[in-house]
Design a binder for this molecule. Sequence first.
Ligand SMILES: Cc1cc2nc3c(=O)[nH]c(=O)nc-3n(C[C@H](O)[C@H](O)[C@H](O)COP(=O)(O)O)c2cc1C
Length: 334
Amino acid sequence: MAELKTSYLGLALKNPLVVGASPLSLQLDVVKQLEDSGAAALVMYSLFEEEITHESLELDYFLNKGTESQPEAQTYMVEPRNIQSVADKYITQLQKIKKSVEIPVIASLNGVTPGGWVRLAKDLQTAGADALELNIYTLVTDPALTSDQVEKNYINLIQEVCKHVNIPVTVKLSPFLTTLPHFLARAFKAGAEGFVLFNRYMQPTFDIESLEVDRIARLSTKADLALPVRWIAIASSQLKAGFALSSGVHSSEDMVKAIMAGANVTYVVSALLANGVKYASRLLEGLNAWMDKNGYESVGKMLGTLRLDKIENPAAYERANYLRTLKSFDERVL
Ligand SMILES: Cc1cc2nc3c(=O)[nH]c(=O)nc-3n(C[C@H](O)[C@H](O)[C@H](O)COP(=O)(O)O)c2cc1C
């Protein structure tokens, strides 16, 4: 049996299979089954900035409306402390999860403005989160914004949160940053201990009959794996941060590829949603079998064996390979 232990964000994990942020953390019995099936850690679904902003606007509206229409409204208005906010519900769910499983639990904040995040980050730490994942999910559509302004905002957010919590912070990123290695280096300096590559954009399209934009969350496929594998191979050779590969892990061999590229852990979501939570144990059994068959005694020994600075021809991950890859197709068809 191969040794599957790994570490990520200073957390000692029994193997590299981490359940990524998703509805899989909504129900305690599902979370328990994930732990029983071998998952080494769990990232909770995200607490979204929009939900909180929307909620506080709604509350504001409700309170002001009441006081304007009835002078005595103050006396019968619902006490704000009785309204369980989105954030409170999230914290309660985190506490329940922490009580029901032993694996580390990573809380996830999804937003782009520092404001309330610092307080929330502290609350999540107090509630027992083992680490915090900042999901910087934003689609910049304003032509007046430069990439530098956008990235400065992100760094500011990371710095503020890291300054105020003691638990490790990892940052989940989009693959669309202009100069990823530079951004990662800045974020690392700002206090991020790890990175999740990548967030998968849902890419809504529209229905040409109903003329509606469709908002269905699609599951990933194996084809989504290539992009994070390549960037983890590059980034893990440049930074001593923790790396989680997220997007397209559907088989044990995909896990091997991610680890060889330099991922300390692999996040899995779509494969579990498609095949059921027990699929986690099949992935782990397959990983073990593959490592035994191929003579790898531990994940530690396999980690980063194919990252950029370990391979003979680093250009293979860079542009020089582009031409050769295209040519390989010509050779097959001509
Ligand atoms: C239904 C669904 C819900 C998700 N919810 C979240 C979320 O709340 N926060 C987040 O950061 N990522 C969320 N994700 C993205 C996943 O965490 C993950 O990054 C992505 O699905 C790629 O991994 P996969 O190929 O294993 O699915 C969600 C994905 C799916 C399919």
